[in-house]
Design a protein around this ligand. Structure first.
Ligand SMILES: Cc1ncc(COP(=O)(O)O)c(C=O)c1O
Length: 360
């Protein structure tokens, strides 16, 4: 650990980090839900009333035809969803910024035994013409066949697809016989940013032609627990078996299910995500005019991707932790979370101002 930089030494540090929404604590409602579910014995592997209750809740969100399965984490959710959709001889098509391609230690490739075909994107968003161009691969014996399109909402770069953009992608993918998966590790932040209602969620999922949605809970405020929601019940047929094969069947499932129910109660997932997004806006407005700070784009959700002078990055991150994003252009990532406070943001912005002033 380096000593605190002189420009920051007299400033009160934020009581948080801006490293990740994964670094945040657990919302009390989720902790309370774990305690409340701790009532003597309940059948394991999802044969409990908490799991059945949350599965009903997911049907209310995504429609009576949907089937949901509770899993431990986001990587596992993606692997499970892809494993149920992909067939032998096929590959998964995703963006070159996709978490499944860059940050899952090759888990999808290992579990699926399949290739991930990454498409170049500047902003993490795949364009429909990139899908139609895949038609040149179809039927060619020497190419893995594009079987599943995987998109992320909100993307790894904090950008958003509109419902129409997702519809256009699924339209092109289905023309090629592909299924479509959505990595929704930050689906709550995306929904909050795009309109903040259940209809907003349905518009870019159910009504946009997706087959499977991973609904993130951990970044939204839980200790653990996500849901893999099959919108097309045909794909859910083998999910029950894949669930355990990919090590995502929690035996005491009630404790994940109870947390997810707490998140869905009174739309807590939207309240918390709206707050995280607002804290990102506050940080953006407090820092965007500081000389030396530049933003390629304004934040759409709870992630900011500013470019800073190299010399400012290390002392600032030593004072209040955040991660580099693209070292080649001195771009960093600041993430807010459900528990970020206005005071945290204001203190951090004061630190950014101070470190840059000391170097000008
Ligand atoms: C977009 C996205 N998908 C999936 C994941 C994986 O989640 P987990 O870390 O719970 O495996 C993350 C985690 O950072 C993520 O950002």
């Amino acid at each position: 650990m380096n000593p605190i930089h002189p420009a920051l030494i007299n400033l009160p540090a934020p009581n948080t980090t801006f490293a990740s929404d994964n670094s945040a604590g657990v919302h009390l409602a989720a902790l309370q839900a774990i305690i409340d579910a701790n009532t003597h014995h309940a059948l394991a592997y999802g044969s409990d009333s908490w799991t059945q209750d949350v599965q009903k809740r997911f049907k209310e969100l995504f429609g009576a035809q949907s089937e949901s399965f509770i899993v431990w984490g986001g990587t596992g959710a993606n692997v499970m969803a892809l494993a149920t959709l992909l067939q032998a001889g096929e590959c998964v098509v995703c963006s070159d910024k996709a978490h499944i391609a860059l940050d899952e230690t090759g888990a999808p490739e290992r579990a699926l035994g399949a290739k991930l075909l990454t498409l170049p994107t500047n902003d993490g968003k795949i364009r429909p013409e990139q899908i139609s161009q895949l038609s040149s691969l179809i039927g060619v014996q020497h190419h893995a066949q594009p079987g599943v399109l995987s998109i992320t909402q909100a993307t790894e770069l904090g950008t958003l697809y509109t419902a129409d953009e997702i519809r256009a992608l699924t339209f092109e993918a289905k023309k090629l016989g592909m299924r479509v998966h959505l990595d929704g590790a930050r689906i709550a932040n995306a929904t909050a940013a795009l309109g903040g209602t259940v209809d907003t969620l349905r518009d870019f999922t159910v009504h946009a032609g997706l087959d499977v949605v991973c609904f993130g809970g951990t970044k939204a405020g839980l200790a653990f627990g996500e849901a893999v929601v099959y919108l097309n019940p045909e794909h859910a047929r083998r999910a029950k078996y894949v669930h355990k094969q990919v090590n995502q069947l929690p035996s005491k499932m009630r404790f994940a299910a109870a947390q997810l129910s707490a998140l869905l109660d009174n739309q807590l997932w939207l309240t918390l995500a709206t707050h995280a997004n607002q804290m990102a806006q506050r940080l953006y407005h407090a820092t965007k005019d500081i000389s030396g700070v530049s933003y390629p784009h304004a934040p759409a959700i709870n992630g900011l991707f500013p470019i800073l002078p190299r010399a400012a990055i290390e002392p600032l991150a030593d004072w209040c932790k955040f991660w580099d994003w693209d070292e080649s252009i001195n771009q960093v990532r600041w993430m807010t979370a459900w528990d970020t406070t206005e005071q945290d943001v204001d203190r951090f912005a004061a630190g950014v101002r101070a470190i840059l002033a000391s170097q000008s």
